[in-house]
Design a protein around this ligand. Structure first.
Ligand code: 6PG
Length: 250
């Protein structure tokens, strides 16, 4: 049974970042109180940068139970970790430089293997071991949405949209959004999460967001529609510019 998505519309990108940070803190505090740990899967791209910066600074930084956070990436560009386009580098510079997560609890995607398939297989094992810590599910997956309706590195009409039920990580070649080689969580991994949080901002996303949220089911064309947590919650935090094409009923 899928929960109906919660859609929160806020005035601007700064308000979206603040609300997302507060939501993550609330979730993390609750999970750590209940289970002693919280697992987060973070995305790259430009949207979440302001969120990571806020979480890495006071007054929010000290509200997160960093010592109990386990961190993976929802997707990664297959680049060296110090490449300017690396999602790991984005999180390292905006968040990890300030948040005291124990290094052994941080799982960057391995991008040094000549064969990305080998990297994906290793990351699959790492994600599986993390799921064993967290009662078989990721606590939170943070996602963005591309202008073509992709999310993580799951692109329209790409074969990686459909993977075996036990596959949690997939290597993506020839991605339309550079760089072409990527590693991504699969819809299986994402939809097993306890909470999925999309952040979408900007007028350029409005038409696609309306299609994803209110249009007919076309998941091959709109991979973001494949995100339907089996038992978890699905929340979209968007700004008014990205939400301008939505039906007033939202
Ligand atoms: C990536 C991201 C990707 C991103 C969307 C939105 O590695 O590129 O994980 O899935 O979330 O493309 O990107 P923006 O936030 O830059 O619009």
């Amino acid at each position: 049974m899928h929960n109906k998505p919660e859609v929160i519309i806020l005035p601007d990108a700064a308000a979206v970042a603040q609300a997302a940070a507060e939501r993550i803190i609330q979730l993390a505090q609750a999970r750590v109180a209940a289970t002693g740990s919280v697992s987060l899967a973070l995305s790259g791209g430009s949207t979440p940068q302001a969120l990571y910066e806020r979480l890495g600074q006071e007054p929010l930084r000290s509200q997160m139970p960093w010592q109990h956070v386990y961190l993976i990436w929802a997707d990664e560009r297959y680049l060296p970790p110090d490449d300017p386009a690396s999602n790991y580098r984005l999180v390292r510079e905006t968040l990890l430089a300030h948040a005291p997560i124990p290094p052994e609890q941080i799982y960057p995607v391995p991008t040094a293997y000549a064969d990305p398939l080998e990297a994906a297989a290793l990351y699959q094992r790492q994600v599986q071991s993390l799921l064993e810590v967290g009662q078989g599910q990721l606590d939170l997956v943070l996602l963005g949405m591309g202008g073509d309706g992709h999310t993580a590195s799951l692109f329209p009409h790409y074969p990686e949209l459909h993977t075996p039920d036990d596959q949690l990580v997939v290597a993506v070649a020839n991605a339309p959004k550079p760089p072409p080689q990527r590693i991504s969580l699969t819809t299986t991994a994402i939809n097993r999460a306890a909470h999925v949080l999309f952040l979408v901002t900007g007028a350029e996303k409005a038409t696609m967001l309306q299609a994803v949220l209110e249009g007919p089911a076309e998941p091959e064309q709109l991979p973001a529609q494949l995100v339907r947590p089996m038992h978890g919650t699905l929340t979209w935090i968007i700004d008014t510019a990205a939400g301008q094409a939505l039906n007033a009923s939202v």
